[in-house]
Design a protein around this ligand. Structure first.
Ligand SMILES: Nc1ncnc2c1ncn2[C@@H]1O[C@H](COP(=O)(O)OP(=O)(O)OP(=O)(O)O)[C@@H](O)[C@H]1O
Ligand SMILES: [Mg+2]
Length: 124
């Protein structure tokens, strides 16, 4: 199991979420965050004065996935996240030791996402 942690632009989130849903990966956590990359913020002029905002708003996505699903999910984030301009963000991949569904006590990779049943329907 792996956790994908992605810092992306706000505009990229909806297309990423929509495609992950279509691919069968509805389970994720999203947080509004602020951060800085190697440009260390952005400098603007306001009424003649130079102001530097060191922190820029980003969306953080956390998504725990089966190792075999990692590549398609990362590719989806990269595809919709990339504008080519500085500040598009970063994606990190972390190892995950174990996962538990609180309601049932089940554990392991099968609890991570909404696997469709034999009729193709997702669990309610
Ligand atoms: N090493 C890091 N650790 C944690 N968060 C990071 C790291 N690098 C970037 N981030 C997060 O990602 C956001 C976007 O980073 P950003 O895309 O500007 O990275 P960059 O290395 O400066 O690349 P680019 O040159 O494309 O801008 C940052 O605002 C921060 O929230
Ligand atoms: Mg940057």
């Amino acid at each position: 199991m792996k956790m994908i942690v992605a810092y992306i632009r706000h505009e990229a989130f909806e297309p990423i979420r929509t495609e992950l849903l279509e691919l069968g990966f509805p389970s994720l956590t999203v947080t509004d965050v602020k951060g800085s990359g190697r440009q260390r913020g952005i400098t603007e002029r306001y009424r003649g004065a130079e102001l530097t905002n060191y922190l820029r708003p980003k969306i953080k996505i956390e998504c725990v996935v089966d190792d075999g699903d990692l590549a398609v999910i990362v590719d989806t984030i990269l595809k919709h996240g990339r504008t080519g301009a500085v500040g598009d963000g970063k994606v990190f991949v972390l190892p995950v030791e174990e996962a538990y569904r609180v309601r049932t006590g089940e554990s392991g990779v099968d609890i991570l996402q909404a696997h469709p049943d034999s009729n193709g329907a997702f669990a309610k």
